[in-house]
Write a new protein. Sequence first.
Length: 320
Amino acid sequence: MALVHEQLLEPIRYLTSLPSKDVRGRFIASVAADFALDLRSEYLDAVAALTHALHTASLALDDIEDATQVRRGHPAAHVVFGTPLTINAACLSIFEACTEFSKTLAAIDCPLDRQLTANRVVQEELVLLHVGQGKDILWRELSYVPSLSEYREMTEGKTGGLFRLIARLLLVLSPLATGRNDDLVALSNDLGYLFQIMDDFLNVVSPPVCNGLSTGTCDDFTEGKASFLVVHHCACVGANDSRLRLALRQRSADCNVKLQCWSLLVETNSFAFAVSHIKAFSNDLTNRLQRWLDRDDGEVATLIRSLQDRVPTAALNSSR
């Protein structure tokens, strides 16, 4: 029976084995250190295990929902193990992670009121995660391009959800009152927003190289995704120019179609806008942290700078 159970979770173990930047794990350690939450290592380990499991499961499901073939430079889990087994493994992993988190809090003698609140927070954030992801999928299926404000609200659920879950759980489990609860939740939402913009930008920043064959670059165009750059482009051209919308609606892997999408983003300076937004937003976040902590060398600020470093230097310089 144990062997069967291990086989059921093989798609998740496969994803876990792939290289990862572990941004969320670093966020846990950074928040706990910067805001002096005085949390026992058992609490930090429990939150880390939960969020790692939820993130990995979300990747497996996200790749299926987006028909993505590659994850972290390797075949996506559903490509290797099939869609039915991967879906089941992801759902099983989520349920088991939540159960294990609850058991761990009880085992380490976490006060009952904190246990109940922490479990409620997990349930709330899982709902918000699915709502955010659902909006992204629905817009794609309807070929709907949201406004910038709608896009930002979506990222708070889809990408900010796990950051916010981490912040809320650390605050609930900490024996200290920081007076920064709202600030930490806002920081988590903003970090998710920044992370999603950078992810959108990096997916399409390099033009596809057309040689008569489809390429693996600019997958967001093939997905028909309403990314940050697409949202900006459509806001610039208005309803009378539907070239990009129609191209995205094709969901084409053809290199020439993807090159057309890329060129249309260049026409509206959407790449430059994304880079300038990343720079300005990153600076605003680190400045806020500096005011809160009364220093500029905090761990969260360092994490934000490392995220900004993912954007090519040439792209950052070109926005000046």
